[in-house]
Structure formats: structure tokens, C-alpha cells
Write a protein that binds this ligand. Sequence first.
Ligand code: ZN
Length: 156
Amino acid sequence: MARGKYVRTAEHRLHQSLKHLSQVGFWTGKSRSSDILKKGWETRRKNGYVHKVPTGAKSHFWKGGISFEEYPQEFNKELKLKIRERDNFTCQLCGKTEGEEKKTCGRILAVNHIDFDKKNCDESNLNTLCCSCNAKVNFHRAYYTEYFQQYQTCSP
Ligand SMILES: [Zn+2]
């Protein structure tokens, strides 16, 4: 009786470890530097998978909708237009254009603060993102801040 129980446990463990192994190397061969890759997985492991994070009022990220008031005056329509123009009206993560964004989401592309400091409106700290990439970036702040900062130093 006891033996059968142990066998099942061993099988279960083997199954779990195989499941784990199948996830390792997911990004292998894809065009990301190993540092970024490592940090991405660390962040993901720390946060758990994004899908489990509750949204809206139930979320820990929700601050009662006051966040919009924290933007300084200089972060205005003109500045956002300037950034979107600089980025060719294209999402800097997935390459979606403003025309596509208008069609699918009914809105223009968003201007994102790379270091998430809303008061840092230096043009080098701003980039253009579509609504879905903006949400993605907000869930993995540390990872994407580094990602964009590295990306910007590489490009002229
Ligand atoms: Zn995008």
C-alpha cells in the first residue's frame, strides 16, 4: 500500500520537473541579450505571471484615480505630439502605428515615461507606446525601464 503511494509521488515529482524543464530555454535563440533575458525572467518570477494580477479598484496599483493629476504642466499635448512625431507615430515596442491604434482601440498612441517618474519630462525619458504595450510596460516597470534605457543608448 505504502509503496504505491511513494511511486505516485515520484511520478508526480518527475512530471513537475519535466514541466519546469520545458519552460527553460524558451527565449533561447531569440534576439535578446542574456542580461535582459535573465532580468526579464527574474521579474516575471518575482511578480508571478501578469494575468493573475487583479485590475481596477481591486489592484494594489490602483490609487483611486488620482494619478492623472500628478503630471506636470510641461507634459502637455504639444510635448506628446513632439515625442510621437519623433517616434514616427509608431509604438516603440511592437511597431503598431497610430492609424492602427485608432482603428483597433479608438485612441491615439500614448507617451510613456521610461523611468516612470512623471516629473521627468526630458525627451530622452519619453517614448511612444500603444495601449497594450503601455499596460505591459506598467506591469514590468524595472525590466522595461532598463530595456528602453539600453535601447536608447544603442541608437544614435
Ligand atoms: Zn505596442
